[in-house]
Write a protein that binds this ligand. Sequence first.
Ligand SMILES: Cc1cc2nc3c(=O)[nH]c(=O)nc-3n(C[C@H](O)[C@H](O)[C@H](O)COP(=O)(O)OP(=O)(O)OC[C@H]3O[C@@H](n4cnc5c(N)ncnc54)[C@H](O)[C@@H]3O)c2cc1C
Length: 430
Amino acid sequence: MRKRLLELMGGIGIDEDACNGCGNCEVVCPGNYELLCLGVEGAGTLVVRGGVAVFVSAERCRRDLPESTCSLCRDACPLEAVYYPEREGFSRLEEEVLLRGRCTGCGACAAVCPEGAVEVDEYPGLVRKCTRCGLCLVHCPAMHPQEERPLREPLGDCLKLLSARARSWLSSTAQDGGVVSAVLAHSLEWGIIDAAVVAGVGAQPWKPVPVVATTPEEVLAAAGTKYANSPTLAGIREALELGFRRLGVVALPCQLEAIERLVESEAGRELHNIVALKIALFCKANLHYEGMVRLASSHGFSLREVRKFAIKGRWMLAVTSRGVVRIPLKEALRYTRPACSLCADLTGAGADFSIGAVGSPEGYSTVLIRNHRALGIFADMLREGLLEARGVEDSGLALLLRLASRKLQDSGAARAEKRRAAALPGGGTY
Ligand SMILES: Cc1cc2nc3c(=O)[nH]c(=O)nc-3n(C[C@H](O)[C@H](O)[C@H](O)COP(=O)(O)OP(=O)(O)OC[C@H]3O[C@@H](n4cnc5c(N)ncnc54)[C@H](O)[C@@H]3O)c2cc1C
Protein backbone atom coordinates (compact mmCIF):
# COMPACT_ATOMS: atom_id res chain seq x y z
CA MET A 1 0.00 0.00 0.00
CA ARG A 2 2.79 2.43 0.85
CA LYS A 3 4.33 1.94 -2.55
CA ARG A 4 1.23 3.19 -4.29
CA LEU A 5 1.08 6.12 -1.96
CA LEU A 6 4.56 7.10 -2.97
CA GLU A 7 3.95 6.68 -6.67
CA LEU A 8 1.04 9.03 -6.49
CA MET A 9 3.12 11.82 -5.07
CA GLY A 10 0.30 13.47 -3.22
CA GLY A 11 -2.68 12.29 -5.28
CA ILE A 12 -5.23 9.86 -3.93
CA GLY A 13 -4.10 6.55 -2.52
CA ILE A 14 -5.98 3.26 -2.72
CA ASP A 15 -5.30 0.39 -0.38
CA GLU A 16 -5.70 -2.33 -2.96
CA ASP A 17 -6.02 -5.06 -0.35
CA ALA A 18 -9.00 -3.33 1.24
CA CYS A 19 -10.78 -2.12 -1.93
CA ASN A 20 -13.57 -4.40 -3.22
CA GLY A 21 -14.25 -2.33 -6.34
CA CYS A 22 -17.72 -1.23 -5.24
CA GLY A 23 -17.41 1.98 -7.27
CA ASN A 24 -18.79 4.41 -4.66
CA CYS A 25 -15.74 6.64 -5.02
CA GLU A 26 -16.13 6.75 -8.80
CA VAL A 27 -19.78 7.72 -8.55
CA VAL A 28 -19.38 10.54 -6.03
CA CYS A 29 -16.34 12.14 -7.67
CA PRO A 30 -17.29 15.58 -9.05
CA GLY A 31 -14.44 15.41 -11.55
CA ASN A 32 -15.78 12.17 -12.97
CA TYR A 33 -19.24 13.67 -13.13
CA GLU A 34 -17.96 16.63 -15.13
CA LEU A 35 -16.36 14.33 -17.66
CA LEU A 36 -19.52 12.27 -17.86
CA CYS A 37 -21.50 15.43 -18.67
CA LEU A 38 -18.94 16.28 -21.36
CA GLY A 39 -19.39 12.82 -22.83
CA VAL A 40 -15.74 11.87 -22.28
CA GLU A 41 -15.27 8.15 -21.79
CA GLY A 42 -12.42 6.11 -20.35
CA ALA A 43 -10.95 9.02 -18.39
CA GLY A 44 -11.56 10.43 -14.93
CA THR A 45 -10.01 10.96 -11.57
CA LEU A 46 -10.84 7.83 -9.65
CA VAL A 47 -12.31 4.90 -11.58
CA VAL A 48 -12.78 1.19 -11.01
CA ARG A 49 -10.66 -0.94 -13.31
CA GLY A 50 -10.20 -4.70 -13.03
CA GLY A 51 -12.22 -4.81 -9.81
CA VAL A 52 -10.22 -2.20 -7.95
CA ALA A 53 -10.34 1.60 -7.73
CA VAL A 54 -7.50 3.33 -9.55
CA PHE A 55 -6.43 6.95 -9.31
CA VAL A 56 -6.08 7.86 -12.97
CA SER A 57 -5.36 11.55 -13.06
CA ALA A 58 -5.29 14.61 -10.82
CA GLU A 59 -6.48 16.81 -13.68
CA ARG A 60 -10.07 17.05 -12.50
CA CYS A 61 -9.48 16.15 -8.90
CA ARG A 62 -10.98 18.79 -6.59
CA ARG A 63 -8.31 18.04 -4.02
CA ASP A 64 -5.77 19.47 -6.40
CA LEU A 65 -7.39 22.90 -6.24
CA PRO A 66 -6.00 25.40 -3.74
CA GLU A 67 -7.92 25.50 -0.44
CA SER A 68 -10.01 22.48 -1.48
CA THR A 69 -11.55 20.41 1.25
CA CYS A 70 -13.17 17.83 -1.02
CA SER A 71 -13.08 14.40 0.59
CA LEU A 72 -16.10 12.81 -1.09
CA CYS A 73 -14.34 9.69 -2.37
CA ARG A 74 -12.77 8.92 0.98
CA ASP A 75 -16.04 9.56 2.84
CA ALA A 76 -17.99 7.34 0.45
CA CYS A 77 -15.70 4.35 0.81
CA PRO A 78 -17.25 1.77 3.15
CA LEU A 79 -13.93 -0.04 3.60
CA GLU A 80 -11.65 2.92 4.26
CA ALA A 81 -9.61 1.92 1.26
CA VAL A 82 -9.32 5.50 -0.04
CA TYR A 83 -6.84 7.72 1.70
CA TYR A 84 -5.06 10.99 1.07
CA PRO A 85 -1.32 10.92 1.06
CA GLU A 86 0.27 13.74 2.91
CA ARG A 87 0.26 16.96 1.00
CA GLU A 88 2.73 18.73 3.17
CA GLY A 89 6.12 19.47 1.80
CA PHE A 90 9.23 21.15 3.05
CA SER A 91 7.47 22.85 5.98
CA ARG A 92 6.75 19.43 7.48
CA LEU A 93 10.36 18.43 6.93
CA GLU A 94 11.41 21.54 8.79
CA GLU A 95 9.10 20.72 11.64
CA GLU A 96 9.79 17.01 11.98
CA VAL A 97 13.42 16.78 10.99
CA LEU A 98 15.28 20.07 11.04
CA LEU A 99 13.84 21.56 14.21
CA ARG A 100 14.20 18.24 16.00
CA GLY A 101 17.89 17.92 15.21
CA ARG A 102 17.40 14.79 13.09
CA CYS A 103 18.83 16.05 9.80
CA THR A 104 22.05 14.35 8.73
CA GLY A 105 22.45 16.72 5.77
CA CYS A 106 22.57 13.78 3.34
CA GLY A 107 21.04 15.84 0.52
CA ALA A 108 18.24 13.41 -0.39
CA CYS A 109 15.62 16.16 -0.18
CA ALA A 110 17.56 18.29 -2.67
CA ALA A 111 18.25 15.31 -4.92
CA VAL A 112 14.61 14.30 -5.36
CA CYS A 113 12.93 17.71 -5.39
CA PRO A 114 11.45 17.99 -8.90
CA GLU A 115 11.47 21.79 -8.76
CA GLY A 116 15.07 22.07 -7.59
CA ALA A 117 13.56 24.06 -4.72
CA VAL A 118 15.78 22.63 -1.97
CA GLU A 119 19.47 23.26 -1.53
CA VAL A 120 21.60 21.85 1.27
CA ASP A 121 24.32 23.88 2.86
CA GLU A 122 24.86 22.67 6.42
CA TYR A 123 21.12 22.03 6.46
CA PRO A 124 18.51 22.07 3.70
CA GLY A 125 16.72 25.30 2.88
CA LEU A 126 14.19 26.43 0.27
CA VAL A 127 15.50 28.45 -2.64
CA ARG A 128 12.22 28.32 -4.57
CA LYS A 129 8.57 27.76 -3.78
CA CYS A 130 7.70 24.32 -2.47
CA THR A 131 4.91 22.66 -4.48
CA ARG A 132 4.24 20.20 -1.64
CA CYS A 133 4.73 17.12 -3.76
CA GLY A 134 5.91 15.35 -0.61
CA LEU A 135 8.92 13.66 -2.22
CA CYS A 136 11.36 15.13 0.29
CA LEU A 137 9.29 13.57 3.08
CA VAL A 138 9.19 10.21 1.36
CA HIS A 139 12.95 10.12 0.93
CA CYS A 140 14.22 11.69 4.12
CA PRO A 141 15.62 8.82 6.24
CA ALA A 142 14.86 10.79 9.40
CA MET A 143 11.14 10.62 8.59
CA HIS A 144 11.42 6.83 8.74
CA PRO A 145 13.16 5.94 11.98
CA GLN A 146 15.74 3.20 12.07
CA GLU A 147 13.60 1.05 14.33
CA GLU A 148 11.92 -0.10 11.11
CA ARG A 149 15.20 -1.52 9.83
CA PRO A 150 17.18 -2.71 12.82
CA LEU A 151 20.87 -3.37 12.33
CA ARG A 152 21.39 -6.75 13.91
CA GLU A 153 25.15 -7.15 13.67
CA PRO A 154 27.45 -4.26 14.54
CA LEU A 155 29.50 -4.66 11.35
CA GLY A 156 26.80 -6.06 9.03
CA ASP A 157 27.62 -8.86 6.56
CA CYS A 158 31.00 -9.08 4.90
CA LEU A 159 33.02 -11.59 2.88
CA LYS A 160 36.47 -10.35 3.86
CA LEU A 161 38.02 -7.98 6.35
CA LEU A 162 41.50 -6.71 5.52
CA SER A 163 44.04 -3.99 6.18
CA ALA A 164 45.18 -2.49 2.89
CA ARG A 165 46.96 0.43 1.33
CA ALA A 166 47.39 1.83 -2.15
CA ARG A 167 50.83 1.16 -3.56
CA SER A 168 51.22 4.33 -5.58
CA TRP A 169 51.08 8.08 -5.37
CA LEU A 170 47.91 7.81 -3.38
CA SER A 171 49.22 6.81 -0.01
CA SER A 172 50.90 10.19 0.52
CA THR A 173 47.85 12.31 -0.38
CA ALA A 174 45.07 10.18 1.00
CA GLN A 175 43.70 10.03 4.51
CA ASP A 176 44.81 6.56 5.56
CA GLY A 177 45.73 3.81 3.12
CA GLY A 178 44.22 5.60 0.11
CA VAL A 179 42.08 2.57 -0.66
CA VAL A 180 38.92 4.60 -1.30
CA SER A 181 40.58 6.71 -3.96
CA ALA A 182 42.45 3.75 -5.43
CA VAL A 183 39.24 1.72 -5.86
CA LEU A 184 37.51 4.67 -7.52
CA ALA A 185 40.47 5.41 -9.82
CA HIS A 186 40.70 1.75 -10.86
CA SER A 187 36.94 1.52 -11.41
CA LEU A 188 37.02 4.60 -13.62
CA GLU A 189 39.92 3.26 -15.65
CA TRP A 190 38.20 -0.08 -16.21
CA GLY A 191 34.79 1.42 -17.02
CA ILE A 192 33.16 -0.14 -13.96
CA ILE A 193 31.92 3.38 -13.26
CA ASP A 194 31.74 6.42 -15.52
CA ALA A 195 32.02 9.01 -12.74
CA ALA A 196 32.46 9.19 -8.98
CA VAL A 197 30.68 11.37 -6.43
CA VAL A 198 33.30 12.38 -3.89
CA ALA A 199 33.67 15.24 -1.40
CA GLY A 200 35.80 18.07 -2.68
CA VAL A 201 36.28 21.43 -1.05
CA GLY A 202 34.16 24.40 -2.05
CA ALA A 203 34.62 28.09 -1.44
CA GLN A 204 35.35 27.74 2.28
CA PRO A 205 38.37 25.81 3.56
CA TRP A 206 37.54 22.29 4.82
CA LYS A 207 33.89 22.72 3.98
CA PRO A 208 33.16 19.77 1.72
CA VAL A 209 30.87 19.86 -1.29
CA PRO A 210 29.88 16.95 -3.53
CA VAL A 211 32.02 16.78 -6.66
CA VAL A 212 31.45 14.64 -9.74
CA ALA A 213 34.91 13.31 -10.62
CA THR A 214 35.50 11.72 -14.00
CA THR A 215 39.26 11.06 -13.94
CA PRO A 216 41.66 9.47 -11.43
CA GLU A 217 43.26 12.91 -11.05
CA GLU A 218 39.94 14.44 -10.01
CA VAL A 219 39.38 11.56 -7.59
CA LEU A 220 42.79 12.15 -6.07
CA ALA A 221 42.15 15.89 -5.76
CA ALA A 222 39.22 15.07 -3.46
CA ALA A 223 41.08 12.49 -1.34
CA GLY A 224 41.36 12.99 2.40
CA THR A 225 38.77 13.28 5.13
CA LYS A 226 36.69 16.40 5.69
CA TYR A 227 34.98 16.07 9.04
CA ALA A 228 32.03 18.31 8.12
CA ASN A 229 29.05 17.31 6.02
CA SER A 230 28.94 16.97 2.27
CA PRO A 231 25.36 16.50 0.94
CA THR A 232 26.39 13.54 -1.21
CA LEU A 233 22.96 12.77 -2.65
CA ALA A 234 22.79 16.21 -4.24
CA GLY A 235 25.96 15.13 -6.08
CA ILE A 236 24.18 12.05 -7.42
CA ARG A 237 21.50 14.29 -8.89
CA GLU A 238 24.15 16.52 -10.46
CA ALA A 239 25.79 13.45 -12.00
CA LEU A 240 22.44 12.29 -13.42
CA GLU A 241 21.86 15.71 -14.95
CA LEU A 242 25.36 15.61 -16.45
CA GLY A 243 24.44 12.34 -18.16
CA PHE A 244 26.44 9.81 -16.11
CA ARG A 245 24.83 6.40 -15.69
CA ARG A 246 27.29 4.25 -13.63
CA LEU A 247 28.37 6.10 -10.54
CA GLY A 248 30.79 5.26 -7.81
CA VAL A 249 29.65 7.02 -4.64
CA VAL A 250 31.59 7.63 -1.44
CA ALA A 251 29.08 7.95 1.36
CA LEU A 252 28.83 8.09 5.12
CA PRO A 253 26.59 5.37 6.63
CA CYS A 254 23.70 7.84 7.05
CA GLN A 255 24.01 8.84 3.40
CA LEU A 256 24.07 5.21 2.37
CA GLU A 257 20.76 4.75 4.12
CA ALA A 258 19.39 7.67 2.11
CA ILE A 259 20.66 6.07 -1.12
CA GLU A 260 18.81 2.87 -0.18
CA ARG A 261 15.61 4.85 0.35
CA LEU A 262 15.78 6.24 -3.19
CA VAL A 263 13.90 3.17 -4.43
CA GLU A 264 10.75 4.55 -2.82
CA SER A 265 9.63 6.69 -5.76
CA GLU A 266 9.97 6.92 -9.51
CA ALA A 267 12.08 10.07 -9.25
CA GLY A 268 14.26 8.48 -6.59
CA ARG A 269 14.72 5.26 -8.57
CA GLU A 270 16.15 7.23 -11.47
CA LEU A 271 18.91 8.31 -9.09
CA HIS A 272 19.22 4.94 -7.37
CA ASN A 273 19.62 3.10 -10.66
CA ILE A 274 22.75 5.01 -11.63
CA VAL A 275 24.63 4.12 -8.43
CA ALA A 276 26.88 1.26 -9.50
CA LEU A 277 29.42 1.17 -6.66
CA LYS A 278 28.93 2.21 -3.05
CA ILE A 279 31.89 2.89 -0.82
CA ALA A 280 30.98 3.69 2.78
CA LEU A 281 33.36 5.46 5.14
CA PHE A 282 33.36 4.37 8.77
CA CYS A 283 31.87 7.21 10.77
CA LYS A 284 31.40 7.81 14.45
CA ALA A 285 30.27 11.40 14.03
CA ASN A 286 30.14 14.32 11.65
CA LEU A 287 30.90 17.86 12.81
CA HIS A 288 29.13 21.14 12.16
CA TYR A 289 31.31 23.29 9.94
CA GLU A 290 30.74 26.23 12.25
CA GLY A 291 32.23 24.08 15.02
CA MET A 292 35.37 23.49 12.98
CA VAL A 293 35.73 27.23 12.48
CA ARG A 294 35.43 27.73 16.24
CA LEU A 295 37.91 24.97 17.03
CA ALA A 296 40.44 26.54 14.72
CA SER A 297 40.03 30.00 16.18
CA SER A 298 40.15 28.80 19.79
CA HIS A 299 43.34 26.82 19.08
CA GLY A 300 45.02 29.69 17.27
CA PHE A 301 45.12 28.50 13.67
CA SER A 302 43.15 29.23 10.53
CA LEU A 303 41.40 26.51 8.53
CA ARG A 304 43.17 27.79 5.43
CA GLU A 305 46.56 26.71 6.75
CA VAL A 306 45.45 23.16 7.57
CA ARG A 307 46.83 20.47 5.26
CA LYS A 308 45.15 17.54 6.93
CA PHE A 309 42.78 16.72 9.78
CA ALA A 310 42.99 13.32 11.42
CA ILE A 311 41.62 11.63 14.50
CA LYS A 312 44.12 9.61 16.49
CA GLY A 313 43.04 8.09 19.78
CA ARG A 314 41.79 10.88 22.02
CA TRP A 315 42.99 13.67 19.75
CA MET A 316 41.92 15.47 16.65
CA LEU A 317 45.07 16.55 14.85
CA ALA A 318 45.24 19.58 12.58
CA VAL A 319 48.38 19.36 10.48
CA THR A 320 49.26 22.94 9.52
CA SER A 321 52.20 24.53 7.77
CA ARG A 322 53.41 25.63 11.22
CA GLY A 323 53.17 22.23 12.89
CA VAL A 324 50.59 19.86 14.32
CA VAL A 325 47.84 21.25 16.58
CA ARG A 326 46.37 18.70 19.01
CA ILE A 327 42.73 19.25 19.89
CA PRO A 328 41.18 17.01 22.55
CA LEU A 329 38.67 14.81 20.70
CA LYS A 330 36.10 15.44 23.43
CA GLU A 331 36.25 19.14 22.63
CA ALA A 332 35.84 18.55 18.90
CA LEU A 333 32.91 16.20 19.45
CA ARG A 334 31.00 19.00 21.16
CA TYR A 335 30.25 20.14 17.60
CA THR A 336 28.81 16.80 16.47
CA ARG A 337 25.59 17.06 14.48
CA PRO A 338 22.75 16.08 16.82
CA ALA A 339 21.47 13.51 14.30
CA CYS A 340 24.66 11.46 14.72
CA SER A 341 23.47 10.30 18.14
CA LEU A 342 20.61 8.46 16.41
CA CYS A 343 22.82 6.59 13.97
CA ALA A 344 23.45 2.92 14.73
CA ASP A 345 25.77 2.07 11.88
CA LEU A 346 29.52 2.72 12.19
CA THR A 347 30.58 1.08 8.94
CA GLY A 348 27.75 1.37 6.39
CA ALA A 349 26.34 -2.13 6.20
CA GLY A 350 24.67 -1.69 2.80
CA ALA A 351 27.83 -0.74 0.88
CA ASP A 352 29.96 -2.77 -1.54
CA PHE A 353 33.06 -1.68 0.35
CA SER A 354 33.21 -0.13 3.82
CA ILE A 355 36.51 1.58 4.57
CA GLY A 356 37.91 3.30 7.64
CA ALA A 357 40.97 3.65 9.80
CA VAL A 358 40.01 1.86 13.00
CA GLY A 359 41.52 -1.60 13.24
CA SER A 360 44.57 -1.02 11.04
CA PRO A 361 48.08 0.33 11.58
CA GLU A 362 49.02 3.89 10.57
CA GLY A 363 48.99 4.34 6.79
CA TYR A 364 46.58 1.46 6.18
CA SER A 365 42.81 1.38 5.71
CA THR A 366 40.54 -1.23 7.21
CA VAL A 367 38.46 -2.67 4.37
CA LEU A 368 35.24 -4.65 4.67
CA ILE A 369 34.46 -6.32 1.35
CA ARG A 370 30.76 -7.01 1.40
CA ASN A 371 29.94 -8.86 -1.82
CA HIS A 372 31.46 -10.90 -4.63
CA ARG A 373 31.55 -8.00 -7.06
CA ALA A 374 33.62 -5.92 -4.66
CA LEU A 375 35.79 -8.95 -3.99
CA GLY A 376 36.45 -9.24 -7.74
CA ILE A 377 37.45 -5.57 -8.00
CA PHE A 378 39.74 -5.90 -4.98
CA ALA A 379 41.34 -9.10 -6.32
CA ASP A 380 42.02 -7.43 -9.68
CA MET A 381 43.67 -4.50 -7.92
CA LEU A 382 45.88 -6.82 -5.87
CA ARG A 383 46.85 -8.67 -9.04
CA GLU A 384 47.76 -5.43 -10.77
CA GLY A 385 49.85 -4.37 -7.79
CA LEU A 386 47.67 -1.32 -7.09
CA LEU A 387 47.02 -2.43 -3.53
CA GLU A 388 48.77 -4.43 -0.89
CA ALA A 389 46.76 -6.16 1.81
CA ARG A 390 47.19 -8.12 5.00
CA GLY A 391 44.96 -9.59 7.68
CA VAL A 392 43.48 -7.42 10.40
CA GLU A 393 45.09 -8.18 13.72
CA ASP A 394 42.98 -9.56 16.55
CA SER A 395 43.42 -6.39 18.58
CA GLY A 396 42.31 -4.29 15.57
CA LEU A 397 39.22 -6.42 15.04
CA ALA A 398 38.37 -6.27 18.74
CA LEU A 399 38.60 -2.46 18.70
CA LEU A 400 36.47 -2.19 15.56
CA LEU A 401 33.84 -4.50 17.02
CA ARG A 402 33.84 -2.60 20.28
CA LEU A 403 33.30 0.77 18.58
CA ALA A 404 30.65 -0.58 16.21
CA SER A 405 28.77 -2.28 19.07
CA ARG A 406 28.94 0.86 21.16
CA LYS A 407 27.48 2.92 18.34
CA LEU A 408 24.69 0.40 17.88
CA GLN A 409 23.88 0.39 21.59
CA ASP A 410 24.22 4.13 22.12
CA SER A 411 21.89 4.86 19.23
CA GLY A 412 19.27 2.57 20.76
CA ALA A 413 19.64 4.35 24.08
CA ALA A 414 19.46 7.75 22.38
CA ARG A 415 16.29 6.79 20.53
CA ALA A 416 14.66 5.42 23.64
CA GLU A 417 15.53 8.62 25.51
CA LYS A 418 14.07 10.76 22.72
CA ARG A 419 10.90 8.70 22.65
CA ARG A 420 10.64 9.12 26.40
CA ALA A 421 11.22 12.88 26.16
CA ALA A 422 8.70 13.21 23.32
CA ALA A 423 6.10 11.48 25.47
CA LEU A 424 6.53 14.05 28.27
CA PRO A 425 4.13 16.99 28.42
CA GLY A 426 5.43 19.70 26.11
CA GLY A 427 7.11 17.16 23.79
CA GLY A 428 10.78 16.49 23.34
CA THR A 429 13.51 18.86 22.44
CA TYR A 430 16.06 17.54 20.01
C1 LIG B 1 32.88 12.63 8.84
C2 LIG B 1 33.81 11.43 8.85
C3 LIG B 1 33.96 10.70 10.01
C4 LIG B 1 34.80 9.56 10.03
N1 LIG B 1 34.91 8.83 11.17
C5 LIG B 1 35.67 7.73 11.20
C6 LIG B 1 35.77 6.96 12.38
O1 LIG B 1 35.14 7.26 13.40
N2 LIG B 1 36.58 5.84 12.34
C7 LIG B 1 37.25 5.47 11.22
O2 LIG B 1 37.98 4.47 11.25
N3 LIG B 1 37.16 6.19 10.08
C8 LIG B 1 36.39 7.31 10.03
N4 LIG B 1 36.28 8.03 8.87
C9 LIG B 1 36.92 7.52 7.65
C10 LIG B 1 38.40 7.88 7.52
O3 LIG B 1 38.61 9.21 7.94
C11 LIG B 1 38.87 7.72 6.06
O4 LIG B 1 38.03 8.42 5.20
C12 LIG B 1 38.90 6.29 5.61
O5 LIG B 1 39.79 5.57 6.43
C13 LIG B 1 39.35 6.13 4.16
O6 LIG B 1 40.68 6.45 4.05
P1 LIG B 1 41.40 6.36 2.64
O7 LIG B 1 42.80 6.83 2.80
O8 LIG B 1 41.15 5.01 2.06
O9 LIG B 1 40.51 7.42 1.82
P2 LIG B 1 40.93 8.48 0.71
O10 LIG B 1 41.60 7.77 -0.43
O11 LIG B 1 41.64 9.62 1.34
O12 LIG B 1 39.51 8.93 0.21
C14 LIG B 1 38.57 9.49 1.08
C15 LIG B 1 37.30 9.70 0.31
O13 LIG B 1 36.30 10.18 1.20
C16 LIG B 1 35.67 11.33 0.63
N5 LIG B 1 35.23 12.18 1.73
C17 LIG B 1 35.99 12.95 2.53
N6 LIG B 1 35.23 13.61 3.41
C18 LIG B 1 33.96 13.24 3.18
C19 LIG B 1 32.71 13.60 3.74
N7 LIG B 1 32.60 14.47 4.75
N8 LIG B 1 31.57 13.03 3.25
C20 LIG B 1 31.66 12.15 2.22
N9 LIG B 1 32.83 11.77 1.63
C21 LIG B 1 33.94 12.31 2.10
C22 LIG B 1 36.76 11.96 -0.21
O14 LIG B 1 36.24 12.83 -1.19
C23 LIG B 1 37.46 10.73 -0.79
O15 LIG B 1 36.80 10.28 -1.94
C24 LIG B 1 35.48 9.18 8.83
C25 LIG B 1 35.32 9.92 7.68
C26 LIG B 1 34.49 11.03 7.67
C27 LIG B 1 34.30 11.81 6.38
